[in-house]
Design a protein around this ligand. Structure first.
Ligand SMILES: Nc1ncnc2c1ncn2[C@@H]1O[C@H](COP(=O)(O)OP(=O)(O)OP(=O)(O)O)[C@@H](O)[C@H]1O
Ligand SMILES: [Mg+2]
Length: 267
């Protein structure tokens, strides 16, 4: 498990994008520019959130960092090294949970640990721990078809955590959850980050969620996705739910909403 470093100043960024472009070739032979000149750096142990309209390239950004898609141009560095493919130090929660239907909940969570050949006993313990954390205690032997969409998504979250990744990438992880479970998961995620010192990048459609979780919020424009604003969220004290009703919190949300409206609006 990685610990928060005391000499944070000297540490290289957890990851960085520099002049990143991504062009997809569409079925009809045309080109789609998904990302245009994206650049930002994220500190070790930082919680960064990304907000922007549908189709602006958020998932593409996350997939490039996870080593699942290549940038067309520019540099993407993870711990100072170019990303060349998936890394064991990176956990990914996908927008859709993509579980293996023939494996039980516990066996699904164990997949990354088995790929990395972790000690099965330790991995099982961690899997059970994270299943409890996401509120799925008692469902370990169930199969994905027996779960609701929100429960499947929570299995995906436990699976991303099972190897204690240094970097956790989350693509709208709470979109399918009801409001109350979503709030609980937000608070659990903050606790988890404090406990592990992991760096987290979370993509969301929700401006309040981006402000509540993020130490900084990256705001993106509609396609071709560009970074239009990087907001330092300077909120005093612990992130607890009563923060949401404060004037300061509301001011951050309004400012980001205004920026998104100016660049083409949030869906
Ligand atoms: N494999 C692909 N082939 C062709 N085009 C793609 C591919 N993946 C993404 N795109 C295009 O790139 C753009 C950005 O897609 P992306 O999935 O990154 O958006 P997003 O911001 O995550 O949207 P959403 O909020 O709806 O999830 C879209 O216009 C999409 O059509
Ligand atoms: Mg997406």
């Amino acid at each position: 498990m990685n610990m928060p470093s005391s000499g944070a100043q000297a540490a290289p960024p957890a990851f960085s994008f520099e002049g990143v472009n991504k062009i997809f070739r569409s079925q009809d032979g045309g080109e789609i520019t998904a990302l245009h000149d994206v650049g930002f750096q994220v500190r070790q142990g930082e919680f960064i959130t990304v907000v922007g309209p549908s189709g602006c390239g958020k998932s593409t950004l996350l997939r490039i960092l996870a080593g699942l898609t290549r940038a067309s141009r520019g540099n993407v560095l993870l711990g100072g090294r170019p990303v060349t493919g998936p890394s064991r130090d990176v956990g990914v929660v996908f927008q859709a949970p993509v579980l293996l239907p023939w494996r039980s909940v516990l066996e699904n969570v164990l997949v990354p640990a088995q790929i990395q050949r972790r000690d099965p006993r330790v991995a099982r313990e961690r899997a059970l721990h994270y299943l409890q954390l996401v509120g799925l205690q008692g469902f370990e032997t169930k199969y994905p078809s027996e779960l609701s969409g929100g429960m499947q998504q929570r299995v995906g979250i436990a699976r991303a955590l099972v190897n204690d990744p240094m970097l956790l990438l989350m693509d709208e992880p709470f979109g399918a959850l009801d409001a109350m479970t979503r709030e609980t998961m937000n608070l659990e995620l903050i606790k988890l980050k404090e406990r592990t010192g992991a760096t987290i990048m979370l993509v969301t459609h929700s401006i309040p969620e981006a402000v509540f979780l993020g130490e900084r919020v990256i705001v993106m424009s509609p396609r071709p996705g560009r970074v239009t604003q990087v907001v330092d969220v300077d909120l005093p004290g612990a992130r607890t739910l009563d923060l949401i009703n404060t004037e300061r919190f509301g001011a951050y949300v309004s400012s980001i909403r205004a920026n998104l409206d100016a660049s083409g609006g949030l869906d």
